[in-house]
Design a protein. Structure first.
Length: 122
């Protein structure tokens, strides 16, 4: 028997997924992302880190739900850190470092409050 489609989730996540699909379909530029693209990806990575942080903290009373969310938060931090380094290393005109680095310092403060030094090294 055919199962009915679940209702679409509320919020910005479906919009973000649609935007990624659109970007993938229309990406005709150079193969290497420029500093501005990496800056935009870093911004998205920081937003994902904050979103996962909120969900991980809300799920803390439910150990089974909180553990994978905390692990996802650490992976989002690793993604954000790598994108920050890539934006600084990319050839071409640099994005304003104050915006990129200020945003990254906010992410650093968040993850250091939530994770141990050992967790950050994994």
């Amino acid at each position: 028997m055919h199962q009915p489609e679940p209702p679409p989730p509320d919020g910005l996540l479906p919009l973000a997924a649609t935007a990624l699909d659109l970007h993938r379909a229309t990406c005709t530029g150079p193969l290497l992302a420029g500093p501005d693209d990496l800056d935009a990806l870093h911004d998205l990575g920081c937003a994902l880190l904050r979103l996962l942080d909120v969900h991980a903290e809300r799920a803390t009373p439910i150990q089974e739900a909180a553990t994978p969310l905390r692990e996802a938060r650490l992976r989002a931090w690793q993604l954000t850190d790598l994108l920050h380094r890539a934006a600084h290393a990319a050839p071409g005109p640099r994005p304003a470092p104050t915006h990129l680095c200020r945003r990254h310092h906010g992410a650093v403060r968040l993850i250091r409050r939530r994770a141990t030094a050992a967790e950050l090294r994994t």
